[in-house]
Design a protein around this ligand. Structure first.
Ligand SMILES: [Ca+2]
Length: 224
């Protein structure tokens, strides 16, 4: 194998690897840090679709150190109508859709909890649903984060053809209950972010395999 062939194989490998890595993307979450202020202190969270009792806040935060200027407070409210916020997952200006089985989406956020009441259950609840209202995956805190901001994540990977080509929604809720259903049911959330990772294109994998086979051939010939 000539020096030129080796170089070609290496270049092909590099391009293929770059293509694999470069395809991950960011999902747009509007007002993801809750920094769009409410009209009044502790008013409803803006931009998100709000259900039950939820608020932007600067405090009082029940002993939690503020994450930054505004945080989302998900009030526990009535257990059958927990404070929740919802948003369509957007790829730029269009809703994000799974294109192939193996594509995945991930969400991360920070959670903390006020310390000032008797709690039933734990903290934040996160859910992916699609336009068929199929629940794709959920996360429920099983350990109280207390007053410490704690990272929570949830991922869903498309597994069937029925997952493909549909709008998807993120819901963040507080499923706890407390003695005082209005103000004291505070699960605090902030810094919501999301991303998607497509399964590598078959053509990309073929290129990668071709480059690797080329290198292996060279190594084998050189040993002889
Ligand atoms: Ca914030």
């Amino acid at each position: 194998m000539s020096r030129k062939s080796i170089l070609t194989a290496l270049v092909v490998c590099c391009f293929a690897l770059t293509a694999v890595v470069a395809q991950a993307g960011t999902i747009t979450i509007a007002n993801a840090g809750f920094e769009t202020p409410p009209d009044v202190l502790d008013g409803p969270i803006k931009i998100w679709t709000v259900t039950g009792m939820t608020a932007n806040s600067t405090g009082p935060l029940g002993g939690v150190t503020p994450f930054d200027t505004y945080m989302g407070i998900l009030k526990s409210g009535n257990p059958s109508n927990p404070g929740s916020i919802k948003q369509t997952l957007m790829d730029g200006v269009n809703p994000y859709h799974f294109a192939a089985i193996g594509d995945s989406v991930s969400i991360s956020l920070y959670e903390a909890r006020r310390d000032d009441n008797a709690w039933v259950g734990h903290g934040v609840y996160i859910e992916f649903t699609n336009s068929d209202t199929t629940v794709l995956n959920t996360y429920q805190s099983t350990v109280d984060p207390g007053q410490t901001w704690t990272l929570r994540t949830l991922t869903y990977t498309a597994t069937t053809a029925s997952d493909l080509g549909k709008d998807m929604y993120l819901t963040i809720a507080n499923t706890t209950t407390s003695q005082s259903p209005w103000y004291d049911g505070g699960v605090l959330v902030d810094n919501v972010s999301a991303s998607y990772t497509p399964i590598p294109e078959p053509s990309t994998l073929v290129l990668l395999a071709a480059g690797l086979v080329g290198l292996l051939c060279y190594a084998w010939r050189k040993r002889r």
